[in-house]
Design a protein around this ligand. Structure first.
Ligand SMILES: NC(=O)c1ccc[n+]([C@@H]2O[C@H](COP(=O)([O-])OP(=O)(O)OC[C@H]3O[C@@H](n4cnc5c(N)ncnc54)[C@H](O)[C@@H]3O)[C@@H](O)[C@H]2O)c1
Length: 351
């Protein structure tokens, strides 16, 4: 059996996808340059649970030849390797572009060069819709609420105009357009997920990316927290197990879904503001963490909630894990594993 290839295979989403595939007996190759601090712990954990069914291949998505070699043996592909933070993209736009845009083109060209043409699921971002400055909002206690009822009830759909904002938004946006076009122009089987905030076990959250895990880790370690903006900003958050369900469905139905982009998130039923997350953490831990306030960051959205009805209608998928349950499960996992898995990552992030 050809293995499933996961690029960025040591990362948070990858580890959860790999664990599910490996648990069903499918061999998996993890391709990663380990540039995210701490993620080697994920590889070690997958190896300890699944033994030789999982193979780690050190490599860089910017290296076209290495990508070609690893793609040649794959049955299907989850393409997650990426520069994942807006902040880093502002500091080093070339690194961001080379990794996200060029790296994705390397992957697509490698797939095009095979005879068996493995299907590709690509993870894009809600940042391709820009900062949504035009969305009318009012503040209601601990959060922003959209003035428009359609948006309030359903969230942002794929009909929203694209507006790549920040180098990260541009590089991801370019990449997803290539992924969609390679279905159109070359007949590859490709699907794009435009994802909102994903959270769950194996996430090495930092201030730059993975804010739910970052807030929890900071609270547990009594590290200082900063809120950029006013804390009323709202996101729909999606527990990673629900995302894995969606990803497996996308690969299962790839011929029907190919060439399409889908907004994937927790949706209107699973929203939370930063201040509300602080309060929830306070309920879990008995102490509400303190935070310093700083000005808004570039491309920050005050309100983003996914309308995932296009994907739901195509596959029947819907999220099952609610915000309170999911945050509590992530908290439990961090509490159980932090001495082993988090020591290194948090020290690296904190220093
Ligand atoms: N987690 C979220 O909330 C979220 C939201 C929207 C989109 N996404 C996208 O989903 C994907 C997975 O996100 P994640 O949260 O698991 O991130 P992650 O940082 O945990 O995983 C990404 C992995 O890619 C690896 N990587 C980085 N540069 C690489 C390179 N040049 N070559 C090979 N590997 C490289 C990193 O070492 C890391 O293990 C990413 O593409 C991300 O942009 C995530």
């Amino acid at each position: 059996m050809r293995p499933v290839l996961i690029t960025g295979g040591a990362g948070f989403v990858a580890t959860n996808v790999a664990h599910r595939l490996l648990s069903s007996g499918r061999p998996v190759v993890l391709f990663d340059n380990l540039s995210r601090p701490g993620v080697i712990a994920n590889v070690n954990w997958l190896r300890s649970v699944h033994g030789s069914l999982v193979r780690f291949q050190a490599g860089d998505i910017r290296d076209a030849e290495a990508v070609r070699r690893v793609v040649a043996g794959a049955s299907q592909i989850y393409h997650f390797a990426a520069q994942v933070a807006v902040t880093t993209s502002l500091v080093d736009p070339f690194l961001d572009f080379e990794t996200n845009a060029r790296g994705t083109l390397n992957l697509l060209e490698a797939v095009r060069a095979t005879e068996h043409r493995p299907s590709v699921l690509f993870t894009s971002t809600n940042k391709v819709y820009g900062d949504l400055e035009d969305v009318g909002l009012r503040s209601a206690g601990t959060r922003y609420v959209p003035a428009d009822e359609q948006l309030r009830v359903h969230g942002v759909s794929e009909a929203r105009c694209l507006e790549f904002h920040s180098p990260y938004g541009c590089s991801k946006g370019v990449a997803e357009q290539y992924v969609l076009d390679y279905a159109r122009t070359f007949g590859l089987n490709t699907v794009v997920f435009r994802m909102s905030c994903i959270y769950g076990p194996h996430q090495f959250g930092t201030e730059d990316q993975g804010w739910v895990a970052h807030f929890l880790i900071a609270a547990m370690r009594e590290l200082p927290l900063t809120i950029y903006g006013d804390g009323l900003q709202v996101r729909d958050i999606l527990f990673v197990e629900d995302l894995v369900d969606a990803m497996l469905l996308a690969q299962e139905h790839v011929e029907q879904l190919s060439g399409e982009a889908f907004n994937i998130g927790g949706g209107p039923a699973n929203t939370i503001s930063l201040i509300e997350l602080m309060r929830l953490i306070g309920e879990l831990r008995g102490v509400t963490p303190a935070a310093a306030m700083e000005p808004w960051r570039t491309a920050d959205q005050r309100y983003y909630v996914s309308d995932s009805s296009k994907f739901r209608e195509a596959t029947g998928w819907r999220p099952r894990v609610g915000v309170t349950e999911g945050v509590s499960r992530l908290h439990d996992w961090l509490t159980e594993t932090q001495p082993v898995e988090y020591g290194v990552a948090v020290r690296q992030v904190a220093s």
